[in-house]
Write a protein that binds this ligand. Sequence first.
Ligand SMILES: [Zn+2]
Length: 247
Amino acid sequence: MSGLYRDSGVVLRTFKLRESDRIVVIHTAENGKVRAVAKGVRKTRSKFGARLEPMSHVRLLLYRGRELDIVTQTEAIDSLAPMLSSLDRASQGLAVLEAVDQLSLEREPNPQLYRMTVGVLRTIAERPSPVNVPAFYWKLLANEGVRPQLDVCVRCGSGPSADGGAGAFLVAFDPAEGGALCRDHRSGQSISPAALELMRDILDGRLVQALASEESPTTHEVAALATRALEFHIERRLKAVAMFEAH
Ligand SMILES: [Zn+2]
């Protein structure tokens, strides 16, 4: 099991270990979540070629250890500078890392999660749209197999009637039900027609259009719903794991 291996990854978290060492938690392309020691990284003249900070996207040479791996070489793939150039970009980046950290599992390869993470961080570096993070959350949920139903009521399956009024047909959104709900079956939170439309743009392949949205009550609504839906999914998954482990 031990030995050198190469991988690429995004640093999710770091914490201090002893005087000059640090533990880095990385979501890698091929090995899922990896915890590794970066020795001497806190010294002024570190031997590492690239910084190992949250949001760093790096190529790594690692040594597989018994408990923790050891980082032996790093090389930057994307510059961290744009992410740290504004508070807005940095906070969007950190919101991305927090979600990835929750979904990434130790040593469980999830290359799709890696690709999505790198993609959204690059988008944030180029343009910090208010829709970047919520769009990422909805896409994460779709990737986790819990894509929300947005076209018909998730309880009764009825859609907008032929005589119009499509916009106001679905009035609520409930992560516990898995999507939008009609007036008769409303639960969860109310949802505006504009928010439903923006969520459809995000999930139905009109992402560029969605990301062009200016900050508005609609983008705030979609962001709040995305956060709630992701939290719900993570809580349910944690409960499922706890039940599984109890048996
Ligand atoms: Zn219904």
